[in-house]
Design a protein around this ligand. Sequence first.
Ligand SMILES: Cc1ncc(COP(=O)(O)O)c(C=O)c1O
Length: 363
Amino acid sequence: MIENRIYNFSAGPSMLPEKVLLKIRDEMLNCGGSGMSVLEMSHRSGVYDRIINDAVSNVREIMNVPDNYKILFLHGGASGMFAAVPMNLGNGTGTADYIISGNFSGAAYKEGKKYLKNARVAATSEDDQFRHIPKQEELDLSPDADYVHVCWNNTIFGTKYNYVPDTGSVPLIADMSSSIMSEPVDVSKFGAIYAGVQKNLAPAGLAIMIIREDLLGHEMAITPKIWNFRTEAEKNSMLNTPPTFPIYVVKLVTDYLKEQGGLTEMKRRNEEKAGLLYDYLDSQDFYISAVRPEDRSMMNVTFRTASEELDKEFVAGQAARGFSNLKGHRLVGGMRASIYNAMPKEGVEALIDYMKDFANAHS
Ligand SMILES: Cc1ncc(COP(=O)(O)O)c(C=O)c1O
């Protein structure tokens, strides 16, 4: 860690690799020999053209995206896609199945209800306070749905899909905002994968949409021009001025991921980091880890003590240890450590030391 930087456990926007931050700094006055920063650059310039094309080809290479999928960079983050997905994909039977496993899948469903004839809840784990991911046998799927929507990693509750739901011939659409590029996924099992980039890839405001080509071109007439997946695919995501800076950072972060060994190596590191935390949580009884062990997230680790007062004290003590953003989301309380790709193992080890010291002082 560079001096004066802290371990930032924020759920998003989140830590970026220091090497990438330094590269941004170095290129800030003269990006790619242009004599200007990327912030000042026309998206129609040759230098920017290379940046966006490199970003697309890096995403394709790193995620092993098959040739029959398009990679789009769109405005509006993941919440924008909550509306854009039904508008672009829900114009067949008008029925879509939503699996509700937390806050964001619920938000996607609510948005879907505005545009679809029939937005269905195919399963929900709400009666279990979202402590688990609905299993295949819990799903009530409609065979004629236009798509099935899931949230792959539940940022607030700290759960993740560890199986791919079988939806037959109905396309599976996954919001992977908080797990994208944390490990390899088989893209061919999905109709589309999308993500807000502000956790693992870049600053906020941009969504990546990876979508199978046959799903393009079925949009509703009301679909805003800038969220029309078909025309955005035709225009290489440049129907209007795209979020140029976040796309530039996606290019730099994906360059970095390639150099570090790609998603197999990210998975190894992330399993190691999350493993340290969960092993510690399982070895003691001062902290409670509420989610079902088989559905635990590698990116967002939630825990709490036996009392809200102690939780508050734990959070209040973080700054003195060089940490920030350990407070749990208001919907769950307690604590949450978001340990995305850029969080070093040393940050997790330092957090466990703090947890041990705090537990000893209060037992
Ligand atoms: C899983 C998930 N989906 C969607 C969102 C919303 O993303 P955005 O703020 O880009 O709309 C978040 C944000 O934290 C998230 O964690």
